[in-house]
Each structure stands twice: as C-alpha cells, then as structure tokens.
Write a protein that binds this ligand. Structure first.
Ligand SMILES: *[C@@H]1O[C@H](CO)[C@@H](O)[C@H](O)[C@H]1NC(C)=O
Length: 267
C-alpha cells in the first residue's frame, strides 16, 4: 500500500516536472492581448497589424514565462558582426559590442503583411525615438576623416521608418505550428541622427570634439555613410529578437488558420 502510494506520488511528481520543462520551452496558452487572425479573410492585414502591435505593446513583462530575452528596454546585445563599408564616403571596419538599444517598446506597427504562400512577412514599422549605446572599435575613414580608435558611441535616431522583410520556415513543436525566423532584411529611412563618439583619436580631446561637431553638423551625410553598418546592425538585432520570440510563441496564436509544416511543405 505504502509502495503504491509512493509510486503514484512519484508519477504525479514526474508529470509536474515534465510540465515545468514544457512550460519553459514555449507558451501553450494564448494571452488575451494577442489577436488571432485568419489569413483566408480579406481583413487579414489589418487584423495582423493590430496583433503585432499588441505583441510590441506587451513585450516588456507581458509574455508569461518568457525568459529568452531579459529586457527589451533596453534591449542588449553582446556583439554585432563586424560590418564593412566600402564606398567613397566610408571605408571602415566597425566592431560594436555591449550594445544597449532603447525605444523598441515604443514601436508603431504600420502594417503587417504575411504571405499565405511561404509565410514570409513584410512589416512596416516606425520607431519614433531610438537611442543606441555601445562600445565601438573603428578603423578606416568616414567622410574623408581617418579614424582609428575605440571608446563609447551614443546614437540618437528619430523617426526611423523600417520596412522589414522576414523569411520563415514553419515547424512543429508540442502539437503547435511555430515560425522559425531564418532571415531579416530591411530598408529604412530616418529623420534625425545625432552621434557622439568618445576617444576617437586616442585621447586628443580637441580633435575629438571638432570631429563630433562636424559629424552632427553633417548628420545626413554621416547617416548615409553609415547606412551599410546601420542596416547590418538593425537586421542582426531584429533577427535575434524575432527568433527568440517566435520560438516561444506559437505561430497559430497570430494566424489561427496557419497550415501545419506537413500541409505547407509536404513530406
Ligand atoms: C531553424 O532554421 C535554422 C536554419 O535553417 C536551422 O538550423 C534550425 O535547426 C531551425 N530550427 C528549428 C527548430 O526548426
């Protein structure tokens, strides 16, 4: 009798453990703030836009049990792939580390289109105000100024309009269909770009100050020169963020009539 009781207890305990493990892996219950949309309906894009806006509105602390990203405000990244610009205006190697991004939770989703063919997305976003703080390492020249240094970088970007192209692959997990976000590409424009770099010339303060001043007086040229670097940085941030979110929240919470991977790709 005692042995049976013990076995039952062990069994219950095991089920409990399995539940904890599963619960930590993905979200099995749809939160109320996420709007489900049917892709076969004509109003899908409008509905999906509201759904993705709901996600961003609740992204900080709103997704139960989500631990893959510790904070969205600021959003942090250890390192960004070294980007290489190679043009008239810019010829540099940039190395960004210890990145902190502020402003992601203020994203305005203007449109969220989803292809019913391959479930890729075209998402139009507006970030009214963004601040990027990072350690930088820089070698090369920007706007004809030779630079070779490392220090801290602060960028203030206003009205960043982004068109985001996302490629996905559907997969199955625990009876749900999920998005595997495999690629992000962006087009963007912006309305303001203020930068500040410390230690641009190995401690030469006068040169550093005049260069920072020059950059801010010519911010449009600087932003254009840095476009390849910024594009890469934003794409990397979004890829990392979206992968983590969509490995956690089932795709069918967003698109209720999404096919299973088998239905979409065959066997
Ligand atoms: C997601 O896609 C990547 C790249 O194709 C692949 O390596 C990875 O195994 C996929 N993950 C899942 C869960 O399907």
């Amino acid at each position: 009798m005692l042995k049976t009781n013990f076995l039952i207890l062990l069994f219950i305990f095991e089920i409990y453990l399995i539940k904890i493990i599963v619960a930590a892996d993905f979200l099995s219950e749809k939160p109320d703030f996420l709007k489900s949309c049917e892709i076969k309906k004509p109003q899908f894009t409008k509905c999906s836009t509201e759904s993705i806006q709901g996600l961003f509105n609740n992204i900080e602390n709103g997704i139960p049990g989500f631990t893959a990203i510790k904070s969205f405000e600021p959003f942090t990244l250890n390192k960004i792939r070294i980007a290489q610009g190679n043009s008239e205006a810019v010829n540099i190697n940039v190395d960004l580390s210890k990145l902190k991004l502020y402003g992601l939770t203020k994203i305005i989703v203007k449109e969220s289109k989803v292809s019913s063919k391959d479930f890729s997305w075209k998402t139009t976003l507006l970030l009214p105000k963004m601040k990027i703080e990072s350690d930088y390492g820089l070698q090369g020249r920007i706007l004809l100024i030779p630079l070779n240094g490392n220090g801290k970088m602060i960028l203030h970007i206003s009205d960043l309009n982004v068109v985001l192209y996302t490629k996905t692959k559907l997969y199955e997990k625990g009876g749900f269909t999920f998005y595997n976000v495999t690629d992000t590409k962006i087009d963007y424009n912006l309305n303001g770009f203020q930068s500040y770099f410390t230690n641009l010339f190995g401690g030469n303060k006068d040169l550093e100050e005049s260069t920072n001043l020059f950059f801010n007086e010519n911010w449009m040229m600087l932003a254009e020169a840095l476009r390849p670097v910024l594009t890469q940085a934003i794409q990397d941030v979004l890829l990392d963020m979206l992968q983590k979110i969509f490995h956690y929240i089932p795709a069918q919470f967003f698109v209720s009539d999404i096919p299973t991977p088998k239905e979409l790709y065959g066997n």
